[in-house]
Design a protein around this ligand. Structure first.
Ligand code: FES
Ligand SMILES: [Fe+2]
Length: 343
């Protein structure tokens, strides 16, 4: 396990115990149906299903004889274990033991200990070991705003740590290189100075620059210049949540990319990524699907790089890697994560 100080200094990997005290997405809320599904978060197998009394996110292990509940089914709104038919509610409470019959007293140990679950930004999130204070949650002020439509990318599994994924998401110095095949071709490699605001668990960077906006149809007609100002506002919250707000004042386009990495095990993560668009009316219309496919291609470019990195952990001690002033945002992210693993 990584995450503690060693000969090469501190680093964070997906199996660090502090991650159990934080929120991680397990599924898109809209995709949870009555079919039980197995997911792994922080190395722990969970079963997810929509039941009569809400969404269940429970350990994927029946308290009776350890059968995987994800191999069961939903019967009359309860999750039924495939082995002896015990039935559970969303809170993990055992509601029925067929061998004892209706109305029988259920032994206390028959209940499944349920982790803490919440729904936010279209996702169901789990916290495996809640502390005395609620774990931080990224603020996404535009979520649910009038005219803002979430367009989800397919949830993908990658080889890489959540910290590495956010290191990549917040890093805007790689655009002309990794994304030369998509949007990066028109990006300036030079990064000017910028400030990083932060508190104990989150950071914010606002960066104004000029880009070639070849997506603007008014460029072809000569009504808009090709070179246009763009404002990027990045926010990050520990452990692995990011938001990028893109504003193009000339065209009025304002979009957000929501990016969340969920630790599966030491070496793998799942990426939950949504586009929040103010220029489409539905996530199914052609323009939304095109934006989704384009962003997925961008994500694929990032994953291509991340999966070639030699480790899946991220060094947190600054001397372990070379940093420049252009990396201030990801340096601050390292400080926040270092404070998180130290507490
Ligand atoms: S193992 Fe689940 S009911 Fe027996
Ligand atoms: Fe990227």
């Amino acid at each position: 396990m990584t995450g503690t100080a060693g000969p090469t200094g501190r680093s964070i990997a997906n199996d660090h115990p502090s991650l159990r005290r934080h929120w991680h997405p397990v599924a898109l809320a809209a995709e949870i149906g009555p079919e039980p599904t197995r997911v792994v978060v922080c190395g722990e197998a969970l079963v997810v299903a929509r039941l009569a009394d809400g969404v269940a996110v429970l350990p994927d292990r029946c308290p009776h004889r350890n059968a995987p509940l994800s191999a069961g089914r939903v019967v009359e709104g309860h999750l039924e274990c495939p082995y002896h038919g015990w039935r559970f509610g969303a809170d993990g409470g055992c509601r029925f033991i067929p061998a004892l019959g209706e109305g029988a007293t259920v032994p206390p140990k028959a209940h499944v200990p349920a982790p803490v679950v919440r729904e936010a930004y279209g996702m169901v999130l789990v916290c495996l070991e809640p502390g005395p204070d609620d774990a931080p949650l990224l603020a996404v002020p535009e979520w649910g705003a009038l005219g803002v439509v979430p367009v989800w990318l397919p949830v993908v599994e990658v080889r890489g740590g959540g910290a590495q994924l956010l290191d990549n998401f917040l890093d805007f110095t790689h655009f002309p290189f990794i994304h030369a095949g998509t949007f990066g071709a028109g990006e300036d490699a030079l990064v000017h100075d910028y400030d990083v605001e932060h508190d104990d668990v989150s950071l914010k960077v606002r960066y104004e620059h000029v880009i070639e906006n070849s997506e603007d149809p008014l460029v072809a007609t000569g009504e808009h210049p090709l070179l246009q100002p763009r404002v990027m506002e990045y926010t990050f919250s520990v452990p692995f949540a990011g938001r990028l707000r893109l504003e193009l004042p000339l065209t009025g386009v304002e979009n957000t990319i929501l990016f969340w990495a969920a630790p599966i095990d030491a070496d793998h993560s799942r990426v939950f990524c949504a586009l929040l668009r103010n220029d489409v009316a539905s996530p199914d219309e052609p323009a939304a699907l095109a934006a989704r496919d384009y962003e997925f291609k961008v994500l694929t470019e990032d994953v291509w790089m991340l999966e070639q990195l030699p480790t899946t952990s991220l060094p947190l001690d600054l001397p372990a890697q070379a940093h420049t002033r252009a990396d201030r945002i990801t340096v601050e992210m390292r400080r926040l994560l270092a404070a998180m693993v130290d507490t």
